[in-house]
Design a protein around this ligand. Structure first.
Ligand code: ADP
Length: 423
């Protein structure tokens, strides 16, 4: 199979989110963690490479993106997508603009679009300004992000210092007039030398219009949602065949484990809901882990019946998280918990678990790494942005779902296993 669209994502859960939205169409989607070391044989119609470059030095982010581009080209891709966060997480140095400009140069193209809108998740763009729900980006909690504080809501102003060529806008009034109007405005901007075009979108219908107008660009950039209409458009254009269906779920043993390292409000409710159903659960205490390591948790896990899908969690309310962080340091507390959950994942797999539900973005990265996962085939979506994935770990087929922060509903853990039964 030749790859139709090659995608490069600047972080891991962002890549999963994009892969899940592309797979909604039923298309064959594959996610690779880092630049694959293997040849691009057996590539899927949609290939997503997850980098970890959102806050990396600019030169590193650029060279990784270029290496990813090369691999995707060898997979046959001729169109590419640069995926970043729907809150445009970046600094005046980068990395959104510099990577886009480097990819444009490598592809020999002189215009691309920027559309981080994700209406289903409350991210919309109007007159070049990005909103999070009803708040302008710079008034949303993103203004206090520890690594990429967003202190301006205007995407043109945010992008300008990151790029060398002119920045422009196709506004909502043009988008509302349809794909032809968007196309002609882009062409008009191109004659004026505008290389970087922010495009307004407030609803899914806008995304369909924009994707229709831009689907032949060699490079599109944005959040995950602007890529969502592409599989259907490619099918109607005939560049994607109907045969390119997602891989069916493998037949897996039902032994399972739930590992939760997210402390978001929703994950706290999901853990409580799962325990209220009488599921066996073990709470990780960061201080105890710092002193004695994960042995107690591993002993507990070894004594469990994995057919019951036991839960190991560090999920805690904000006050206890703060207490652990004050005692151990933020980074240290996080690393200790991640290492313990990763060890539990490996132990569970070695004891026969083949289904894994993991909660937490960083936690997911740690678990996927420990399980030695390099490639994930994307299956059914359990909740918006959270699909089941199928991969290989230690020579076994496994199912893995990686849920970031506030995603999913209260019954997510139970829903996930039920969906696998009906997959
Ligand atoms: P989310 O997707 O909700 O942000 P992450 O896994 O990305 O979840 O981040 C949660 C971080 O908090 C991880 O580094 C995890 O190890 C850490 N953590 C989990 N539980 C605790 C706790 N009880 N105290 C301190 N840190 C914790």
């Amino acid at each position: 199979m030749t790859t139709v669209l090659g995608c490069i994502a600047d972080d891991f859960t962002g890549a999963t989110d994009l892969a899940g939205l592309l797979a909604r169409s039923g298309a064959d989607v594959s996610l690779r963690i880092g630049i694959p070391k293997v040849q691009a044989s057996e590539a899927a119609a949609f290939e997503v490479i997850a980098l970890k470059s959102r806050t990396a030095p600019v030169s590193e982010a650029v060279s990784e993106a270029l290496a990813a581009l090369e691999w995707l080209r060898t997979a046959g891709a001729q169109r590419f997508f640069w995926k970043y966060c729907s809150t445009f997480d970046s600094t005046p140095e980068g990395n959104i603009g510099p990577v886009a400009e480097a990819l444009m140069e490598a592809l020999g193209t002189d215009q691309t679009i920027y559309c981080p809108a994700f209406p289903e998740n409350g991210r919309s763009i109007f007159m070049g300004n990005l909103f999070v729900g009803q708040q302008p980006l710079a008034e949303s909690p993103m203004k206090d992000h520890p690594l990429t504080p967003m202190r301006d809501s205007n995407l043109m102003r945010l992008l300008e210092p990151q790029v060398t060529r002119p920045v422009g806008l196709v506004d909502r009034l043009i988008v509302a007039r349809g794909a032809d109007a968007v196309r002609s405005e882009l062409a008009a901007l191109k004659t004026k030398g505008v290389a970087h075009v922010v495009v307004d979108a407030v609803a899914n219908d806008d995304l369909t219009i924009i994707a229709e107008a831009c689907r032949e660009m060699s490079l599109m950039t944005g959040g995950s949602a602007i890529a969502m209409p592409l599989p259907a458009l490619y099918l109607s254009d005939g560049v994607l065949s109907r045969a390119a269906k997602g891989t069916p779920a493998p037949n897996l043993e039902s032994d399972a484990v739930v590992l939760s390292g997210s402390c978001s409000a929703m994950t706290n409710r999901q853990v409580a809901d799962y325990m209220a159903r009488g599921k066996p659960a073990f709470r990780l205490d960061p201080s105890e882990l710092a002193e004695n390591g994960p042995d107690k948790a591993l002993e507990w896990l070894a004594a469990q019946d994995l057919a019951l899908a036991p839960l190991v969690y560090a999920t805690a309310d904000p006050a206890s998280v703060k207490a652990s962080q004050e005692k151990l340091g933020v980074a240290q507390a996080g690393a200790i918990v991640e290492a313990a959950l990763a060890a539990c994942a490996v132990a569970a797999r070695d004891a026969g678990a083949r289904r894994f539900v993991v909660a937490g973005g960083e936690t997911s990265g740690a678990v996927a790494k420990a399980l030695g996962v390099e490639r994930l085939n994307i299956g059914k979506e359990i909740a918006p942005g959270v699909p089941w994935t199928f991969c290989q770990s230690g020579g076994h087929d496994i199912a893995l779902t990686l849920k970031s922060g506030n995603f999913g509903s209260e019954a997510f853990f139970t829903d996930a296993f039920e969906m696998l039964e009906t997959a």
